[in-house]
Design a protein around this ligand. Structure first.
Ligand code: ASP
Length: 545
């Protein structure tokens, strides 16, 4: 018997056919269609995935390219590349990025906090604030403990060969004079309550002592006089506190405060649009920021030889805290993938690496946390500015490593009381550290003084801070972002338990019913429910991942 030929298929039953490019496709036509569709689908998927992550990829590439360019120019250009004029010109695109980001900080912090505080009823504001502060405190203490533990285990300061004295000198050690630990804490409180709001936008308090020659009856005497002076650096802490209190007061005003709340909200929205434009310039700026920092350094090799163990200790600590501790805490409380969360904030993390500034990273962080990780606006805009100001896990960690390193360097033993003092003062002084490059080194003196370690040795820490500060800033901002993610999850959970919870609702004290629909649409207090794309309730209902 001859077997029947396979049933004819109108599109052709032949299983082997030549393709346009000369290849052979096996299988029936429907199969082939499926395969082709599958290919197209996966190609489309790859394309849309690339498009969705283009900025992230560009920023990561910028960091790597910056390192390569910096090393290349350093080797090829030699000392000539380090002439001041050339350095300034080479780093100019990076300087531009920093200027753009700094320009945004003031309106962003003030408007987002006024709007954020006004959008939450005092009860939920207190509860969210308390949870956030608890998270910040616990993670900073964990980071400090990790720093001390690693430094005690790896002993970066033991057997340290005294390095070139110029290392410290070239990096400009701050003369802390006779400033006491108490002075530093009083300055912190003074900064919380600025006496002049306008000057707080560009100046902070910093006590210093000046030596003055006094003519006494017998002879001239040198006397240290305390001078309460101000330094050129924005007092973000004061502005944060004022903005929160002002937002609460506006909410208390009820209908009369609504106009001003709307003003701050739309100011904030416009600022965020500026941020989305700046974001596309970030890769270029980061590339040149990183490259110029590498070109600027003359003795990179020597620093690595002498301070390699200290650098390793800090980087290892930051890696453990950023890749294990914080993600683990996030996972335990949310049961969500922390690494997907991290992927969503990759651009701000790269920006933190490039700029070494939590404050400068804040605008991009707000945007990504809201748009990529689904954190509601009223949470991110309330928590992130506070986090960028007071939560510095990376700083606390490196300060602890630095304190133990300096103790080992000088052969001074650290007993349990001293270790606990280091942990507590590092946590407290990281709150006082400004979110600017080298902000943490400046408050390191507080810890060293608290445990009687020589402050002059900060010069060693300064010498490598241009590198350590980068990983430190990444961890500082990562901690803030995870804090926002955890709060979002807390709010979601509260909502599931009670769909109309007082604690998580963003509600107006303005009576809503009498308002016509058109006015409700414009109510800034209601607007807080909208997602980044303006889709009502989207952010609130959306899961964090
Ligand atoms: N550069 C860090 C930041 O901006 C502060 C520090 O030096 O620790 O977060």
């Amino acid at each position: 018997m001859v077997a029947d030929p396979p049933k004819a298929d109108p599109k052709g039953l032949v299983a082997v056919e030549a393709t346009a490019n000369g290849g052979l496709v096996l299988g029936s036509a429907p199969d082939r269609d499926e395969t082709a569709k599958g290919c197209c689908r996966s190609r489309d998927q790859v394309r849309s995935c690339l498009r969705a992550n283009l900025l992230v990829l560009l920023t990561v590439v910028a960091v790597v390219a910056g390192v390569a360019l910096g090393l290349g120019v350093s080797v090829a250009g030699g000392a000539a590349a380090r002439s001041p004029a050339r350095l300034v010109a080479f780093g100019f695109p990076g300087e531009l990025l920093l200027r753009l980001l700094k320009m945004i900080i003031l309106p962003l912090v003030v408007c987002s906090l006024v709007g954020g505080a006004a959008s939450l009823d005092p009860g939920s504001l207190g509860r969210l604030g308390a949870w956030a502060l608890l998270f910040f405190l616990v993670t900073t203490l964990l980071a400090s403990a990790l720093g001390v533990g690693l430094a005690l285990a790896l002993k970066p300061g033991a057997g340290f060969t005294a390095i070139n004295a110029s290392v410290g000198a070239t990096d400009g050690v701050q003369n802390t004079g006779k400033k006491e630990v108490l002075d530093s804490f009083l300055d912190l409180v003074r900064n919380i309550f600025p006496s002049n709001l306008v000057s707080a936008t560009f100046r902070s308090y910093a006590t210093k002592y000046e030596e003055r020659r006094l003519n006494t009856a017998m002879a001239q005497e040198l006397n240290a006089t305390m001078v309460q002076s101000e330094v050129e650096s924005m007092n973000i802490l004061g502005l944060v506190v004022f903005a929160i209190i002002f937002g609460v007061a506006l909410r208390k005003l009820g209908p009369e405060g609504e106009l001003l709340i709307r003003f701050f909200n739309s100011f904030n929205d416009a600022t965020m649009i500026l941020v989305s434009w700046i974001m596309w310039y970030a890769p270029v700026g980061i590339l040149f920021l990183v490259a110029s920092k590498i070109v600027e350094r003359e003795n990179v090799g020597e620093l690595f030889v002498n301070l390699g163990k200290y650098i390793l200790c800090c980087l290892l600590g930051h890696a453990i805290h950023g890749l294990l501790v914080l993600p683990l805490i996030y996972f335990v409380f949310t049961r969500r993938n922390p690494y997907r969360f991290l992927w969503g904030i990759m651009t701000p993390l790269a920006t933190a690496f490039g700029t070494s500034s939590s404050s400068a990273t804040l605008p991009l962080m707000m945007k990504c946390v809201e748009e990529k990780n689904g954190v509601a606006r009223h949470i991110s805009r309330f928590i992130l500015p506070i986090g960028a100001t007071v939560n510095m896990d990376g700083a606390a960690l490196f300060q602890c490593v630095a304190a133990v390193f300096i103790a080992q360097l000088n052969g001074l033993p650290l007993d349990l009381v001293k270790i606990i003092t280091i942990l507590v003062t590092a946590t407290a002084s990281s709150v006082g550290a400004a979110g600017i490059p080298a902000g943490g080194v400046l408050t390191l003196a507080i810890i060293l003084e608290a445990v009687n370690l020589p402050v002059k040795d900060i010069s060693f820490i300064f010498a490598v801070d241009w590198l350590v500060d980068r990983s430190c800033t990444i961890i500082n901002v990562e901690g803030d972002a995870f804090g926002a993610g955890l709060l979002q999850s807390y709010v979601d959970r509260m909502k599931l338990q009670d769909p109309e919870p007082e604690s998580t609702q963003v509600k107006s004290e303005v009576p809503l019913n009498p308002l016509p629909a058109s006015m409700e649409e414009g109510n800034p207090l209601l607007k807080q429910y909208r997602g980044p794309a303006g889709d009502a309730v989207a952010c609130e209902k959306e899961s964090v991942m």
